[in-house]
Design a protein around this ligand. Structure first.
Ligand code: HEM
Ligand SMILES: [Cu+2]
Length: 549
């Protein structure tokens, strides 16, 4: 019965196991597991809690490895895996599977090269790799090869879509595919910035072909990439919120056109905003910073739409389960389902993350929190919870379907999202407050104990306790994954089923990806061409490289 529903939606021969998706998700979870242990060590270091071999070097090496493994490796591989699931299920087939494997192995090789270089202490440059801190070339080359691998993945997704499109003219693609295409196109546009930085600046400089580098220009290219990177993480999470969550709770997607429009708005608005990370940088005029700020507030609009649409979909589900009152539909939702709990808590975290983000994006208020522990409090709520917890929840949903195995330790899977949420609340609130009290970010504050560190010490110790809960939660998650993967009871793989909208989707302007790509490019050019030309027109003196450790 399960296989018939599956073939009915995909009109293909019985689906082969999606090993490409599994391989990508496996790497993502391995990177996540290693990296959480480092997160714990860092939070202990900051709190001046001793453990064997604690040192400043270890702290900075660990912060670099943790940031790179989480923000670049875990996320990218997970999203690639999800992309392959969506291509297979939404389009019926992955076109260019062999190329997909080449992309996968390139991405694995690149990630290993970057990670090993960091762990050998040759690339302690933090995950933003700002020059003039300089890493060994194998770090930059590795990160670039990871991106090249992901470009191939994007090509496979687009090729799969085009093949489907030829057979299905004039019908809107499934919403999952629509969201994933927007994600892929955004990724291409975003990574142009970091590719210019890597190939044009960092790699030649680290190889010794040029002596000096311009930190400001490099940072500008980095943030061309760095902000849309956030939406590269968030859009796949939103795909799950829009298409999987309402289905799991037995509801309907409240509005299909609103969801499509939201993805397009993210695609066009999330790149021309990078200067909100450079408010404190000289050399960029206030007017351009303001322009990027306005667009930043523009991106909040599709986020609000997403919150509205998804919550309305959940309300429909609660009411279908018999809720009558204003709020009692909330209690009718399946809070003990691991996917639901993870995603619902991720969404609650996002409301707080959104408030914080609005503060960060405000030119004047930014100076209050810039480079303080507030920022890491902020991105652990957004990336570290909204995105990461959604991906963990999605894993509980994906694994049985991809592996044909029953989830093991379901009780652990049920408790894990709550543990993460509790740990993160403690961790993140403490660092937000410590940031307002001036605790710098990325500082081995164990060295600030005594009078210097006193104003923060209590908060950092509390945060470390949150860190321990987070680590425990991560151990639960990884245990469930390993146990399911290796010894989960064999079952008929349940079908991949996605939410049905209240009204059937119709073709609309939001399906015209060619048009929106052009709009996105025009906006990026408008936001960056003039300020970059201005930066590059001045005589640039540059800086030699510094190797902190
Ligand atoms: C066990 C869970 C986690 C713990 C205990 C933890 C802890 C930490 C700590 C203490 C820092 C150092 C910040 C500083 O000193 O400035 C940090 C940085 C960071 N974390 Fe986490 N974290 C966890 C999970 C995550 C997750 C799930 C993500 C993203 C998916 C993430 C992404 C990052 C990033 C991007 C940085 C910045 C690195 C840098 O400044 O270069 N973390 N984390
Ligand atoms: Cu940003």
């Amino acid at each position: 019965m399960t296989t018939t529903t599956m073939t009915a939606t995909t009109t293909m021969a019985p689906a082969t196991r999606n090993t490409l998706a599994l391989a990508n998700i496996g790497v993502a979870i391995a990177a996540f597991g290693v990296s959480t242990a480092m997160g714990l060590l860092q939070s202990l270091s900051i709190a001046d809690i001793n453990f064997p071999k604690r040192s400043e070097e270890l702290y900075y090496m660990s912060v670099t490895a943790h940031g790179v493994l989480m923000a670049l490796v875990f996320t990218t591989f997970f999203i690639m895996g999800l992309g392959y699931v969506i291509a297979q299920e939404g389009l019926g087939a992955i076109r260019g599977r062999a190329l997909g494997w080449i992309g996968y192995w390139l991405a694995v090789a690149g990630s290993l090269s970057a990670a090993v270089t960091i762990l050998r202490g040759k690339a302690t440059v933090l995950y933003t790799f700002y020059p003039p801190m300089q890493a060994h070339p194998l770090f930059y080359i590795g990160a670039t090869v990871l991106v090249v691998g992901s470009w191939i993945w994007g090509g496979v997704i687009i090729a799969s879509y085009r093949a489907w499109r030829r057979d299905h003219p004039r019908v809107p693609a499934p919403l999952t595919v629509h969201g994933m295409l927007a994600t892929v196109i955004l990724w291409y546009l975003a990574t142009i910035g970091v590719a210019i930085e890597m190939l044009g600046m960092l790699i030649p400089w680290s190889l010794g072909f040029v002596d000096k580098i311009d930190p400001l220009v490099a940072r500008t290219y980095f943030w061309w990439f760095g902000h849309p990177l956030v939406y590269f993480w968030l859009m796949p999470a939103y795909i799950i919120w829009y298409t999987v969550l309402p289905r799991i709770v037995g509801g309907r997607l409240f509005s299909d056109p609103l969801a499509r429009m939201a993805f397009i708005l993210f695609l066009i608005l999330s790149t021309p905003v990078g200067f909100h990370h450079q408010f404190a940088d000289p050399g960029i005029t206030a007017g351009w910073k303001l322009a990027h700020t306005v667009l930043t507030y523009g991106v909040m609009f599709p986020s609000f739409m997403t919150a509205f649409t998804v919550i309305a979909s959940l309300e429909i589900a609660g009411r279908l389960r018999g809720a009558r009152g204003l709020f009692n539909w909330i209690g009718r939702l399946p809070w003990s389902d691991p996917l639901f709990a993870a995603v619902a808590l991720a969404m609650i975290a996002f409301t707080f993350g959104g408030f914080g983000g609005a503060i960060n994006a405000a030119y004047a208020m930014n100076s209050m929190v810039h480079n303080t522990a507030w920022i890491m409090g902020h991105f652990h709520v957004t990336l570290g919870t909204t995105v990461a917890l959604t991906f963990m929840g999605a894993t509980y949903w994906l694994l049985p379907r991809l592996l044909g195995r029953q989830l093991r330790f379901t009780w652990l899977a049920r408790a894990q999202p709550y543990l993460w949420f509790a740990g993160m609340s403690i961790f993140s609130v403490s660092y937000h407050i410590a940031g307002l009290r001036g605790l710098p970010r990325r500082v081995y504050s164990a060295s600030l104990s005594g009078d210097q560190g006193a104003p923060w010490h209590f908060l950092t110790v509390v945060a470390a306790q949150g860190g321990m809960l987070l680590f425990l939660s991560a151990v639960c998650f990884v245990s469930v994954v390993i146990a399911t993967w290796t010894s989960g009871k064999k079952i008929d793989a349940p079908p991949f089923e996605f939410a049905v909208p209240l009204r059937p989707p119709v073709a609309s302007i939001w399906d015209r990806f060619g048009l929106w790509t052009v709009v996105a490019i025009v906006l990026i050019a408008a936001a960056y061409a003039y300020p970059l030309a201005e930066l590059l027109s001045h005589p640039r003196y540059g800086s030699p490289g510094f190797k902190p450790y």
